[in-house]
Design a protein around this ligand. Structure first.
Ligand code: ADP
Ligand code: ADP
Length: 593
């Protein structure tokens, strides 16, 4: 076993604490220099003197320390290490001359770092964190491997790279318009790629006015239009609806026919459709990450869902994830818990009409459909945040609402938020502490200021707070955003279990098909009626089979089943199965035996 001591520097505030890590450390108390003050004024934790007791981890008021005992990874495989008590990355993905390579793994295990290294924007230090990395040493290390030629071309400036960054929100901060963002690219290529993603008509709009999905598409268009040998896409599906996810996937596949493309993606159905092969990434968030050998795409996802990587004898998860191939048997329709009538909402440039519906006790209903069809508006009307022009939201129903866009305010931590809520009538702090905190892996961030949480951590915290609030109807708008695939699956199961157990109802807006499949008992489907973009129509809840068929017919996608795991896989357009399923009208489930 190797001991790894990690200091999360952005969470460590050495002037605002009593150096509890050092004060309580047993080796320090025995006179050993296990925790000392480093040159930056923060503690340095010696991995050789540390006894792994974990006292510093618990005593740190900011949750800034992690101590792990892990199976020995081969230190000679370290490619990059951020400081003595910093994250370390083992191995790198392969970069074939053409084709699409996926990277699949938890948040904080070094996927973005690996992309920066492949692009040459971060020179890997091979573990020697005291000095900056240097290409001659890197070339020496990779001699005789496929990566040697790659880094030779990077070091000599021969290889050109185009990268789509993870956080597209930041692109708007510099100001400017869509056209200006693509400004220095060849005119024809820029127009063609804007057209391909459907943004040609938005060329003159300021970036600051674009929605998250439009910014993502603009960033993708820019990358596609950049002439390069290697293309890197860090989470291209964020903010995109299912139609745009598929559109982007097709564009990337076309690119991969002649170029080398590496993609980080957490939507498993999409990654499966998009990439030719993938590396699984495993490790511990913010501590270390190991990049597996490449696997053919189908095997990669099956291995990931099974939770066990045989070649390397690594288990990522104790429970395999299972999908049902046949539509779930319709539960006997009990008495409806929440009924709502037809609702209508009119904005200056958009109007929404939804049909009446009912939610059963213990039922989680997914809300699906393209962007800008009114899903969020519908949820807001049920939450009482927006008033419908026609119809009225259900009365006598208490709701708990998690909005789509989250904003952390104030320096408070999740623990302080929890303490403030304890006295609220009905707030279930026991449920919060016993089930939601461990289920959503929030243990390590209870004392971190909400403003310092990552996107995924803030999402998990917001869902936990919403679920601990007593309600008959839970409204969760895009709870999978910023989560990695594992967190999505854990959250899907947890939402469903809580709703069932408390015999309440939930409506969950989302775009990730695997997440929806695992979370939902039924589906509401939103669309643009007659293709009119200025109108939205919502209907349902429908049984899963009908809901999936309605959604997928609209977006013209069929799924087949994987022979081994029965998980749904997107069919290639025009394949035999695709044509057969379209004509029989079974877009998602196998016909009942
Ligand atoms: P992923 O893309 O898998 O989410 P990243 O490559 O972004 O992971 O980061 C992995 C870990 O490396 C992070 O959790 C963070 O602790 C650390 N890290 C990333 N960038 C830096 C940096 N510039 N300096 C120090 N640590 C960093
Ligand atoms: P979805 O959740 O399906 O993406 P939304 O309900 O967010 O759709 O938005 C539907 C349409 O209503 C969009 O075209 C959006 O621009 C418009 N819209 C939403 N909120 C407002 C508002 N407060 N004022 C004016 N238009 C709005």
């Amino acid at each position: 076993m190797a001991r790894i001591a990690i200091l999360l520097e952005d969470r460590c505030h050495p002037k605002e604490c009593q150096w509890e890590c050092q004060a309580y450390c047993p080796p320090v108390r025995m006179g050993q220099e296990c925790i000392v003050e480093g040159p930056t004024g923060r503690p340095i934790i010696s991995e050789t003197l540390c006894i792994g007791c974990g006292i510093c981890v618990h005593k740190c008021p900011f949750d800034a320390i992690k101590i792990l005992n892990t199976p020995e990874a081969d230190p000679s495989e370290i490619v990059h290490r951020y400081g003595y008590n910093g994250f370390r990355l083992y191995r790198l993905p392969a970069v074939p001359r053409q084709g699409i390579t996926g990277l699949l793994g938890p948040n904080g295990t070094g996927k973005s770092t690996a992309l920066r290294i492949l692009a040459g924007t971060e020179v890997p230090n091979l573990g020697a964190f005291d000095a900056a990395g240097a290409w001659p040493t890197v070339l020496e290390r990779f001699r005789g491997t496929q990566l040697h030629e790659h880094f030779r071309r990077v070091a000599s400036g021969e290889l050109t790279v185009a990268a789509k960054p993870q956080y597209v929100d930041r692109l708007a901060e510099g100001g400017g318009s869509v056209a200006e963002m693509l400004g220095n690219l060849p005119g024809g290529a820029a127009a063609a790629s804007l057209d391909a993603v459907g943004l040609l008509g938005h060329r003159d709009r300021p970036l600051a006015e674009l929605s998250g999905g439009e910014l993502q598409l603009a960033a993708i268009a820019r990358t596609l239009a950049t002439p390069a040998d290697l293309y890197l896409f860090d989470e291209p599906s964020s903010y995109l609806d299912i139609v745009h996810r598929l559109k982007v996937a097709r564009l990337l596949r076309r690119l991969g026919e002649s170029k080398s493309v590496v993609v980080v993606e957490h939507d498993l159905a999409l990654l499966d459709y998009l990439a030719d092969s993938a590396h699984l990434v495993y490790g511990e968030e913010a501590a270390f990450g190991v990049i597996s050998h490449p696997l053919p795409m189908r095997t990669a996802i099956n291995t990931y869902l099974t939770g066990y990587l045989k070649d390397e004898n690594v288990r990522f998860r104790t429970d395999p994830v299972r999908f049902v191939a046949h539509p779930p048997k319709l539960a006997p329709r009990g008495s409806a818990l929440v009924t709502f009538g037809a609702l209508a909402k009119r904005y200056p440039a958009f109007s929404l009409a939804t049909e009446p519906g009912a939610l059963q006790r213990g039922e989680t209903v997914g809300i699906v459909g393209p962007n800008a069809t009114g899903k969020t508006t519908f949820v807001k009307m049920l939450a009482g945040v927006e008033r419908p022009e026609e119809g009225s939201p259900p009365t006598g129903v208490t709701v708990s609402y998690k909005p789509q866009y989250l904003k952390a305010t104030g320096p408070a931590s999740l623990r302080e938020r929890l303490d403030a809520r304890r006295s609220d009538p009905g707030f279930d702090s026991g449920l919060f502490e016993r089930e939601l905190v461990p289920g959503l892996r929030l243990d390590g961030v209870m004392d971190v200021a909400l403003t310092d949480l990552s996107g995924g951590e803030l999402q998990r915290a917001a869902v936990a707070l919403a679920l601990a609030q007593p309600a008959t109807l839970y409204l969760l708008d895009e709870p999978s955003a910023y989560l990695d695939a594992d967190e999505r699956m854990a959250m899907a199961k947890l939402i469903r279990r809580q709703v069932e157990r408390q015999a309440v109802s939930a409506l969950v807006v989302d775009h990730d098909v695997y997440f929806l499949d695992l979370a939902s008992d039924a589906l509401m489907v939103f669309r643009h009626p007659d293709g009119a973009l200025d109108r939205g129509a919502g209907a349902g809840p429908f049984a899963m089979r009908e809901g999936m068929n309605r959604l997928l017919r609209e977006v013209e996608v069929t799924f087949r089943r994987d022979a081994e795991t029965r998980r749904p896989r997107i069919n290639r357009e025009g394949s035999v199965l695709d044509r057969e399923q379209r004509s029989s009208g079974e877009y998602y489930y196998e016909a009942a035996a």
